[in-house]
Design a protein. Structure first.
Length: 127
């Protein structure tokens, strides 16, 4: 699903960490916030999935590079990836039964474990 860029609120701030004068004066950190409830882009089914999995506001942050433009692109990519991942619907699980051989192997392993533990016990006292 395409996230409409005109519905995304962009907030700029200064990045943390080292960087000297450049980091102290330039606002290269980009934070995006997209209000899912107010958006017209997703269908009702998509909106329900997004609200359930991501909440009413989806956020993405990028402060990886010194460039505000590159951080903006990274933040939009992360926002799109987060939305796409939330919209994936997995295949329903079809219950299966273990094979007869698997059941037998499990029971044999349990018997071996029990026998090992019985061998560790002290022998009963002779009366």
């Amino acid at each position: 699903m395409e996230v409409p860029q005109d519905e995304v609120v962009v907030k700029l701030s200064r990045s943390g960490g080292p960087g000297g004068q450049h980091a102290n004066t330039s606002e290269t950190r980009v934070e995006l916030a997209w209000d899912v409830r107010a958006s017209a882009a997703p269908s009702e089914a998509q909106r329900a999935l997004l609200l359930d999995r991501l909440g009413p506001v989806v956020r993405a942050v990028a402060e990886d590079t010194r460039s505000q433009a590159r951080n903006r692109d990274l933040a939009f990519e992360r926002l799109a990836a987060k939305v796409d991942a939330a919209l994936v619907v997995g295949r329903p699980r079809r219950p299966t039964r273990p094979s007869r051989g698997a059941v037998e192997r499990r029971l044999q392993a349990k018997r071996r474990t029990g026998q090992t533990k019985r061998n560790r016990q002290a022998p009963p006292p002779d009366d």
